[in-house]
Design a protein around this ligand. Structure first.
Ligand code: MRU
Length: 352
């Protein structure tokens, strides 16, 4: 299968991070080279690199870019490390993977106090790549556990992009789909276009078609009719942050799909690595929701689509209550039913 790699470090510590500029897809596949933390911050904020696991990897690699030229004492190094951590953490608020990766990097550096600064820099560079490699392995494990949920025959609905373009490789929700496809199961995948930024039609449809999966694009407002027509046997989406009680923050529109799935007695699955769980958030009410530029709603692909001066509400994410989620597929197994007890069990389980 032909599956893209959206982010990778090229060369040694003096090298650069190569990302696919996802704002240009599907018309153009162009890579950009990030050589400093500022370029990476901008890439995350403007969704050139996006999707919860991928922005965790991007932040970890961005931190290496931010500190690799630091000179001076150990104290100077740690002051700069913490400054860069704070800076990158502000790029986007909802996906917990971003802060999770930055905190892991800082913990790694702290464990090396007393070693030379050059040694710490090299180890941080390896740690960022370990975060990438572990995410790739997590996606494969999600694919293995999740493929069983994909029906042979019938239709699967997904929202936004939780595929290779949102992770190190292979995806989360799309990992289940890719894995089922590789096993020879036959089914149709319906991609919500996902207004306002069209991650479903631009990105998910693009990568599924490259992989040879039977793909159909629908506008967001067509999902209910499709379900009523009996064309959808399950919904599977990714997640940006999952609270301790199983409430799921994901791309705006996910909550509506979960309500529709319930009304039509269709299973609603979420796929995410354990790095997307935030046990410090007791419920979804504590998850910060990113508000984005009104122009994303007032314009459609650069063309004005609403009257000038119209008010706009543009949250990038919504929260689906745990009670609407049939199961959560993780890299350590499937959580079903979705509740604190089952989540705690999976968080304590060893990785496969
Ligand atoms: O704003 P985006 O494109 O970063 O939103 C991405 C999503 O909502 C994805 O579904 C989520 O991050 C899971 S990616 C495996």
């Amino acid at each position: 299968m032909n599956i893209p790699r959206c982010i990778e470090w090229v060369g040694d510590l003096d090298g650069y991070v190569r990302i696919i500029d996802q704002t240009l897809l599907p018309e153009e596949v162009r890579h950009i080279e990030c050589r400093d933390a500022e370029t990476m911050f901008e890439a995350i904020r403007s969704l050139r690199v996006r999707g919860a696991p991928a922005i965790g990897i991007a932040a970890a690699m961005g931190l290496v870019l931010g500190i690799r030229k630091t000179t001076g004492s150990e104290n100077d190094f740690f002051a700069e490390l913490n400054r860069q951590r704070q800076y990158l953490a502000g790029a986007r608020p909802t996906a917990v993977n971003l802060c999770w990766a930055l905190d892991r990097m800082v913990r790694c550096a702290e464990s090396l106090r007393g070693k030379s600064v050059e040694q710490i820099k090299k180890t941080l560079w390896s740690e960022a790549q370990a975060i990438r490699d572990e995410d790739a392995a997590a996606c494969r494990a999600i694919g293995k556990f999740g493929s069983r949920l994909i029906p042979d025959g019938g239709g699967v609905l997904t929202h936004c992009n939780a595929g290779a373009l949102a992770t190190a490789e292979y995806g989360t929700a799309l990992a289940a789909i890719y894995s089922a496809h590789e096993q020879g199961r036959r089914f149709k995948v319906y991609c919500d276009e996902t207004r306002p930024l069209l991650q479903g039609s631009r990105l998910t449809a693009w990568e599924l078609m490259q992989a040879g999966v039977d793909t159909t694009v629908i506008c967001d407002n067509m999902a209910a009719a499709l379900m009523k027509a009996g064309q959808i046997q399950c919904v599977i989406v990714g997640a940006d942050r999952i609270a301790a009680n199983g409430d799921v923050a994901n791309k705006i529109g996910t909550y509506g799909l979960a309500v529709l799935a319930k009304a039509h007695a269709i299973p609603f699955y979420v796929a995410a690595p354990v790095s997307t769980f935030d046990l410090n958030c007791p419920t979804g009410d504590q998850i910060p929701i990113e508000q984005r530029d009104p122009n994303e709603v007032l314009c459609f692909r650069g063309k004005v689509s609403a009257p000038a001066g119209a008010k706009v509400w543009n949250p990038a994410f919504d929260v689906t209550p745990a009670k609407l989620v049939t199961a959560i597929v993780t890299n350590r197994g499937v959580i079903e039913p979705v509740d604190l007890g089952q989540i705690t069990r999976i968080m304590r389980a060893p990785s496969t």
